[in-house]
Design a protein around this ligand. Sequence first.
Ligand code: SF4
Ligand code: SF4
Length: 365
Amino acid sequence: MKMRPLGSTGLDVVPVGLGAAQLGSSEYDHSKEIVFRALDLGVNYFDTARGYWDSEIKLGKALKGERENVIVSSKTAGKTKEEAAQHIDESLERLQTDYIDNYHLHALADMDDVDIRLGGPLEALLDAREAGKIRHIGVTGHTDPKVLVAALKRFNFDTFLVPMNIVEREPLAELIPLAIEKKLGVTIMKPVATGLLPAPLALKWLMNQKITVAVPGASTVPEIVQNFGISQLDDYTLTANEEAEVAEWTTKLATERCRICTLCLPCPSDIEIPGTLGTDVIYNHYRSMGPAKFAEFPWETSRVEDEWQDRESLISKIDDHAACDSCMQCESRCPYNLPIVSMLRSMSPSMKNMLDIWSKQGSRV
Ligand code: SF4
Ligand code: SF4
């Protein structure tokens, strides 16, 4: 089995793990099949978070009996010591375990957030490590990699988690070299740019970078089989054709892929632009599966209920064309020159169809 050392933690990981956010979308039996197949294959890194709906609960249930054989990672977005301490205890309970291998300060947003989160919340993680509740401390960030660089310079984290893929290469400039110097575990989210990139090519490209483990999600068993297969290739060298494809995708997505940097905010209409363009898990399911498979997918009813109102409200804000036409502030702030307004508008028909499909299924309560 091909494995890589997770920084200086003493743990070895298969270089493609399972990102658990998508487990929150489907019924438990479906999620369990994905986790079980991952375990059968030998996947040993499972990355979840309190914020990924009930994925901690599903993962904890599915991993029962295998806990000692796997590495479990979770996260808190708590802003105070008390909140983070409570989150750790809740994660332990939800994951049905008495320790978590790798616990992160989740989604550091900017330099002010570095100050806040490396205060009380970090103290809570240090206390938890002392108490044996967590074993290693990590940090995650989706915005400018300089935020994570600042955090890594202030505290000796064991690992970090950052978005990186063929089109989002910013971490290669400063963050990854710093991680190598500090011998940290480098874990990668959004390796396939939330479904925009073909997974085999995107993961093979990543295997050539100085990373430890990528954590793509999987909404079906064949996806986890395919992703794991890339991690075990004898040779990760890209062929000339693959190099050409990488170059094509880089150009094509340069002005299509939201980097989740948040610089377009605030939006006067209160549209959460990065979350909509860059990290919308349910929309990504729809885009990747197509309407027919979306309709067949075993949706978790409670997830759909939670989703419904927010999705309706988002659609109505996007469809208020007059509001955007008289504003356009976001586009002038986006450093990647994304056509944000037309990108949002292009999502609206699909989002309406998603609600329509759920409505026909009687999923709405
Ligand atoms: S143009 Fe629309 S989406 Fe962009 S900031 Fe203005 S209201 Fe928000
Ligand atoms: S739309 Fe542009 S500015 Fe906004 S988060 Fe995405 S990449 Fe950043």
